[in-house]
Design a binder for this molecule. Structure first.
Ligand code: UD1
Length: 413
């Protein structure tokens, strides 16, 4: 297992361009299966989850090429409708091939999805959705199978799940009739998938609101599309600037997608300046605690930035209260931050952070993607040298976290 080593105590300074969105491209890569032709995707992040997804597409029979941020996929010869468990278990988003393959081939069998260990992560809403659309769905401990021509219907989600909304959109794009998803997720990644599907010829209305209407079409076609910037990666670097009391400009961002993050940074005392497609943060005075913050569905503060935020608050002045409302077990980074001297206590979904003057370098372990990034942020602020194990987690979602922090003046190897 690879590790990174950080010598902390240096404010970050500089600018960098944000990569394409991980959670934006993964559903799009599943959606290409719906058509029989060629799709060309630009601004693709070169991350492990994308590489693994391309392996799945190749296994299915697609011809894929990834060069300089552009992915070309020819799905003409897809015949296989089975994805083995050792491929699906590598990431959460593999579940999206369920809707895409079922939508095009009326049949699919696949292993269970994996992903970050942040709670039980059930898929009941995905499967119930396809059952309600007329598919025969079977699930056991290792595998899922579904069969049948999907038919449009009304689907009411118990909670506005991002993955379930995306999966049902994929299945509904070529279903017979109209599907209406109530209590749908409103995240920018949903809008991204809808825009891509529409460019392939799908008829979708209401994306970005809590009711999405999809009128099934007979056929979709190949297209060319540019993936949106990654709001979580941008947020990671903005929070790192605040934590180290540095000055950083991140380019290629969507201002709207980062609304809640900017509010929180300002509450902590950071100065934020917005330009057309960049955000500048001056974190010299970003030392205030947050009385209460709850992670929320979009446009609220994203759960994916909860751990990076904890790192910033660990050295804030005063007491902060953070409530994780999306996932049931997303505080595994807390124990690692405590090893570094953070004063944090967990009370089920709530954590209380008493800011300390400084964190101290030691050996810590990343347990999941965003938790790893949080530990890098903490290490950049800490006195001395920190070794962070399990770099593989960062590689799932950050193109090159070491390169990026080096560019900003971080002492990291
Ligand atoms: C996606 C993102 C993840 C982000 C999350 C919330 C990807 C690949 N991942 O994950 O980075 O943190 O959205 O913004 O895009 N749930 C059920 N039953 C279901 C589905 C979900 O109970 O069938 C629950 C989950 O356990 C969780 C909540 O709904 O508590 C939200 O999960 P969901 O929005 O589905 O997250 P993901 O799509 O897995």
């Amino acid at each position: 297992m690879k590790a990174v080593e950080v010598i902390g105590g240096y404010p970050l300074n500089g600018e960098l361009k944000v990569q394409g969105s991980k959670n934006g491209i993964l559903p799009v890569l599943a959606a290409v299966v719906l058509q029989k032709g060629v799709c060309v995707l630009h601004n693709c992040p070169d991350i492990q989850d994308v590489r693994e997804t391309l392996f799945i597409l190749q296994d299915l029979g697609a011809v894929c090429q990834f060069r300089k941020g552009t992915i070309t996929i020819d799905t003409e010869n897809i015949r296989n409708i089975h994805i083995p468990e050792h491929k699906t278990s590598r990431m959460r988003s593999s579940i999206l091939f369920l809707g895409a393959i079922l939508g095009r081939f009326k049949e699919v069998s696949m292993g269970k999805a994996g992903g970050c260990d942040i709670g039980s992560r059930p898929i009941d809403m995905h499967l119930n959705g396809f059952s309600k659309m007329g598919a025969f769905v079977e699930e056991n401990d290792e595998a899922i199978q579904a069969k049948g021509r999907l038919e449009g219907t009304d689907i009411i989600l118990r909670v506005p799940s991002v993955g379930a909304t995306e999966n049902i959109m994929l299945g509904a794009a070529m279903a017979k009739g109209v599907t209406v998803i109530y209590n749908a997720a409103k995240e920018p990644e949903i809008v991204e998938l809808a825009l891509f599907l529409k460019q392939m010829g799908a008829q979708i209305y209401g994306e970005g609101s809590s009711t999405i209407i999809i009128a099934g079409v007979k056929e979709l076609h190949g297209t060319e599309y540019t993936i949106m910037p990654d709001r979580i990666v941008a947020g990671t670097y903005l929070l790192a600037a605040a934590a180290t009391r540095g000055k950083v400009r991140v380019h290629q961002v969507n201002q709207e997608h980062l609304g809640a993050v900017k509010v929180v940074l300002r509450q902590m005392g950071a100065v934020i300046e917005e330009a057309a497609d960049s955000i500048y943060v001056n974190g010299e005075a970003a030392e205030k605690s947050l009385n209460y913050l709850k992670t929320e569905i979009y446009p609220g503060f994203p759960t994916d930035l909860q751990s990076p935020l904890l790192s910033v608050l660990s050295i804030a002045k005063g007491e902060s209260h953070i409530y994780e409302s999306i996932f049931e077990n997303r505080y595994r980074t807390v124990a690692e931050l405590r090893k570094m001297g953070a004063n944090i206590r967990c009370y089920e979904k709530m954590v209380v952070v008493h800011g300390v003057d400084s964190l101290y370098g030691c050996e810590v372990e990343g347990h999941e993607l965003r938790g790893f990034a949080a530990l890098v942020i903490a290490a950049l602020t800490a006195e001395g040298r920190t070794k962070i194990c399990n770099k593989c987690f960062a590689e799932r979602g950050y193109e090159n976290i070491v390169r990026d922090f080096l560019k900003l003046g971080g002492k990291i190897i």
